[in-house]
Design a protein around this ligand. Structure first.
Ligand code: HEC
Ligand code: HEC
Ligand code: HEC
Ligand code: HEC
Ligand code: HEC
Length: 349
């Protein structure tokens, strides 16, 4: 069933559907036939007709997701250097190409500025995105991995944007060598946790990993197959799909905590780590949970002088933020989440 999808057909039909959404739907079949003839594709067999229905369904799902949103952060981060590769479709597609998307430079040069595009069908199904879906390899997109990263076909594309945005290996080395004290917070880190590699790690420690979940990849959980037989493009986990996403390993489960108490366990560890990290920094009252206040604030909510922060306290604050802000209740990698918090705690004691 999957094999007959040609990406060219998908895109042509998707573009066509967008174009004719303004016209009356009753005329659609006639126009579809015209389109297929004029574009030289063959959309006349029953499978092709049903494929149009599928693409319509996928397009409708996609349109309601954050990837399709034309508000912030697309209209702010989508045109900013350093942000646009993950926050605009054209930024992602042209990233690392001979023709990168450079709206800021174009504006400064007085040239016409191309608008940022949403993360649409073309972002994921053409160019570098399509390549990642086919090979499962991403290179140059995931900052905490050097060189080619075999993340898997179900993961490489998603983790190229959803990775926390930090080279945590380099950050650790800078703190450890005394070369620098980079204080970047983890920026939306699903993939950092999922991969079991994106926290700040101590080089002498082996961290645990939930291998079962890594077999699924992002697509395995977030894009389950629908009853109609195509993969869902809602991206957000829908509780209605829990059987398709989780049921093959966790039977009779009705919520994403799979009946366990992982989140409660993590909350306890988080609290312990928070208290230990704060106690290790002179004048600190809390871990700062925003770009401007990270890593520590005093009782008045003002950032604490970074010179007072030890390597161990920084590592603790980073990993605290990472697990705290992950929105999966730990499901992205239960064992790594626990292990990262525990090891951070032990190094403080
Ligand atoms: C080009 C970068 C990029 C790629 C590739 C990408 N995402 Fe996203 N994703 C984003 C951004 C940016 C947001 C936030 C959008 C917003 O809030 O407007 C987001 C939002 C989300 C959300 C939050 C829910 C929502 O609708 O906003 C989920 C879940 C998600 N993505 C899953 C995935 C999965 C699964 C994949 C791989 C199939 C993927 N993403 C690929 C950049 C990307
Ligand atoms: C490595 C990819 C990457 C880079 C680079 C990046 N972001 Fe993001 N950003 C994401 C992803 C992925 C999400 C959303 C994930 C989610 O919903 O969990 C996000 C979310 C956001 C949000 C929150 C959106 C919301 O709906 O809550 C803002 C604001 C934002 N980013 C701004 C920026 C800015 C500004 C920059 C540049 C200084 C930047 N980002 C660079 C990947 C990136
Ligand atoms: C391929 C099999 C497989 C699938 C599918 C799967 N899991 Fe798991 N999951 C496991 C295994 C094995 C463990 C226990 C060991 C570990 O953490 O690796 C586990 C552990 C967990 C835990 C931790 C339980 C605890 O109390 O420590 C949670 C939570 C969880 N899974 C949630 C989910 C959710 C939510 C889904 C669906 C979105 C899902 N899993 C799908 C294999 C799977
Ligand atoms: C084992 C299943 C599983 C895997 C694998 C998985 N996720 Fe998730 N993810 C979840 C669950 C469960 C949630 C929480 C959903 C909820 O509570 O509604 C979640 C939440 C998220 C969110 C926040 C959702 C939102 O709507 O804001 C993002 C973003 C996300 N995942 C991205 C990813 C990416 C990217 C990957 C791969 C790098 C990935 N996930 C792999 C199960 C998984
Ligand atoms: C964020 C990335 C992303 C976006 C955006 C996206 N897709 Fe997909 N799509 C995927 C992934 C991942 C798969 C599953 C892997 C595969 O089949 O290559 C997939 C699969 C498909 C399939 C095959 C379905 C099946 O089960 O056989 C079709 C058709 C498709 N997408 C159409 C579209 C259309 C049309 C759009 C735009 C409305 C779109 N996609 C937007 C990531 C994306």
């Amino acid at each position: 069933m999957k094999k007959f999808w040609s990406i060219a057909v998908i895109l042509i039909v998707a573009l066509f559907l967008t174009a004719c959404s303004e016209t009356t739907t009753t005329e659609a079949p006639q126009e579809n036939n015209n389109a297929s003839t004029s574009l030289g594709t063959n959309l006349t067999t029953p499978e092709d007709i049903s494929s149009i229905a599928v693409i319509e369904a996928i397009s409708a799902e996609w349109a309601l997701t954050g990837h399709a949103s034309t508000d912030g952060p697309l209209n702010s981060a989508g045109t900013r250097d350093g942000c646009q590769p993950c926050h605009s479709g054209n930024g992602f597609l042209q990233h690392l190409s001979d023709n990168p998307y450079t709206p800021q430079a174009d504006e400064e040069a007085g040239e016409e500025v191309e608008l940022p595009m949403t993360m649409d069908c073309a972002t994921c199904h053409t160019g570098a995105g399509q390549e990642m879906l086919l090979t499962g390899v991403t290179e140059g997109y995931v900052p905490f991995v050097d060189g080619a990263y075999e993340a898997g076909k179900e993961t490489a594309l998603c983790i190229s944007c959803h990775n926390g945005r930090r080279d945590t290996v380099d950050m650790y080395e800078q703190w450890a060598s005394g070369e620098g004290q980079p204080t970047d917070y983890p920026h939306y880190d699903a993939g950092a946790l999922y991969s079991g590699m994106g926290g700040i790690e101590y080089p002498d420690v082996e961290y645990a990993n939930s291998v079962g979940h890594q077999l699924l990849g992002c697509v395995g959980c977030h894009m389950p197959e629908t009853e109609e037989g195509y993969v869902s493009h809602n991206f957000s986990m829908d509780i209605a799909d829990i059987e398709a996403s989780c049921g093959s390993c966790h039977s009779n489960t009705s919520d994403f905590s799979v009946g366990g108490n992982l989140q409660a366990e993590l909350d306890e560890l988080l609290e312990e780590l928070h208290d230990a990290a704060v106690a290790a920094v002179d004048g600190a009252a809390a871990i700062g949970m925003s770009r401007l206040t990270f890593p520590f604030v005093d009782a008045a909510g003002e950032p604490v002088d970074i010179e007072k922060v030890s390597k161990e306290a920084f590592v603790a604050a980073y990993n605290y933020y990472l697990v705290y802000s992950d929105k999966s209740g730990g499901a992205h990698n239960p064992k790594y989440a626990k292990s990262l918090l525990q090891e951070s705690l032990w190094k403080l004691q």
